[in-house]
Every structure is written in C-alpha cells, then in structure tokens.
Design a protein around this ligand. Structure first.
Ligand code: PGA
Length: 259
C-alpha cells in the first residue's frame, strides 16, 4: 500500500504513521512478539494509524511471516536502507527490488546515522528513486546537527537536503524530520520549533507532503508532538523497542488522530 493506495482503500485522509526503526537491535522472537502486540493495540478494522516495523535486514523474513499471521492492513514492514542500483557487483548490499519482492512496503533512506558514514544528498535521492521505482515508500530523513541548530541555521541546512528532492512526487514519499541532536538523547525541540520546521518543509516540497518527526519520541511526549497538525507521525527508535511503550504510543495516536 503506497500513500495513494491508502486513498484507494477508501480512507479519505492520510494516516498517522508510527514507524519503528529498530536499528541494529532485537531478534526474530522479539519481532514476532512486537507484531502480535501492535496488531492488538491497533484494534480491529480500519485505523487512522499506520504502524511500520523496520528491523535489521536479517529479520525481515521473520517479521513479514509474522505480518501474514496477523493479516493487518494497518501494519507493515520496512527496511532501514537499500542500495540505489537494481543489482550488480555490490558486495554486502541489498537492492530495492529485492526488498519489494519480500513484500516490504517502506524503506528508510538518508538516516543521519548513515549520512554520518558519508552518504550524500545525491545518494539519498538515488536510493529514494530506487525505492519509488520498486513501488515502495521511501522515508527520507533530514535534519540538522546541534551546532547548526545553535547557530540558527536549521532552515539553510534543510534547504540543501530538500533541494535534491524537488523532482520527486510528494505523494510517493514520506519525510522524517530528525534533528541529529535529538536522536537517542532524550532531547527534543519545542513544539513551536517542530511546527516551524514542518511548515518550512511543506513550504519547500509542497503542502501535500507528509512529514514525520523523529528524535527521542516516546510515550511521554507523543501526545504533544501529534498535537501539531503539520506532524504526520513519528519515526521512533529507542522507545519502539519496548512492546509496552509501543503499545502506549499506538493508543495515544489512536486517541488523538481518531481510530
Ligand atoms: P530515537 O531514534 O527515537 O531513539 O531518538 C530515532 C531515529 O533515529 O530514527
């Protein structure tokens, strides 16, 4: 189901996404338990909340098997990265068509932990294009460092990251705004700051783009963050690992954004 597929299912508005980025954590058993628990938290029938689990590559098959068992339409599986090429001599890499063949629906691209290893805006664009070509949804991460934030240059840095995306159709991707200094630190920007940045991203890419917030999202701050109309959901690392806190976040999202 892509963003437009959501509408073709009869849903009038875009969902609120809760995307769990497990990074290099967990095991197959935990993935299966998580899928089962989140399916129950999402409840029966159509939900305005779309949950996505992005496990390490080696657990994708187990997670997708678990998804088949729960048969949920509001639960999906994503990958944390892909290679921009369709195939070829790229030792250790995995292509977008391979992920699509497995039945992944989402792929995170341009996470700051990957940009930190040298991934460029051009490579992030190429990966996003590969994901779209394979009929999945790229979750394109952007965000500023602490030094940039403190210098008041957040919009300048975002503008450079967003400029490369101008040729893409906003209906075919999600943006995740993740201030690097907020990731895994327990720190978050203020509500006013998050709203201002989300508005800015929409002013650059178009009002139709869905922008998630990421960086120390947890059950204690999700309500406030989803209270911001411009926020289409969360990309959640640490707090998504615990079934209990994930269940609490699903309940909060359902309460705020409707069933
Ligand atoms: P965090 O990570 O929720 O642990 O801050 C978010 C992310 O890196 O996507």
């Amino acid at each position: 189901m892509d963003k437009r597929g959501w509408h073709s299912m009869g849903m009038s508005t875009s969902p609120t996404w809760l995307i769990a980025n497990w990074k290099m954590n967990g095991n197959a058993h935990q993935m299966r338990d998580w899928m089962h628990a989140v399916d129950i938290a999402l409840g029966q029938g159509d939900s305005a909340v779309q949950c996505v689990l992005c496990p390490p590559f080696v657990y994708l098959s187990d997670t997708l098997d678990a998804l088949l068992k729960v048969e949920s339409t509001t639960l999906a599986v994503g990958a944390q990265n892909c290679h921009p090429a369709e195939k070829g001599a790229y030792t250790g890499e995995i292509s977008a068509p391979m992920l699509a063949e497995l039945s992944c629906k989402y792929v995170i691209v341009g996470h700051s932990e990957r940009r930190a290893t040298g991934e460029t805006d051009a490579e992030v664009l190429a990966k996003a294009q590969a994901v779209i070509a394979a009929k999945m949804i790229p979750v394109i991460c952007v965000g500023e460092s602490r030094a940039v934030y403190e210098a008041g240059q957040t919009k300048d840095v975002l503008n450079a990251q967003l400029a490369t995306l101008s040729g893409l159709n906003p209906a075919e991707y999600l943006i995740a705004y993740e201030p690097i200094w907020a990731i895994g630190t327990g720190l978050t920007p203020t509500v006013v700051e998050i709203q201002a940045v989300h508005r800015h991203i929409k002013s650059v890419l178009g009002s139709g783009v869905s922008v998630l917030y990421g960086g120390s999202v947890n059950a204690g701050n999700l309500e406030e963050i989803l209270g911001i109309a411009e926020v289409s959901g969360g990309l959640i690392g640490g707090a998504s690992l615990e079934i209990e806190s994930m269940g609490a976040m699903v309940a909060i999202a359902r309460k705020i954004r409707g069933n």
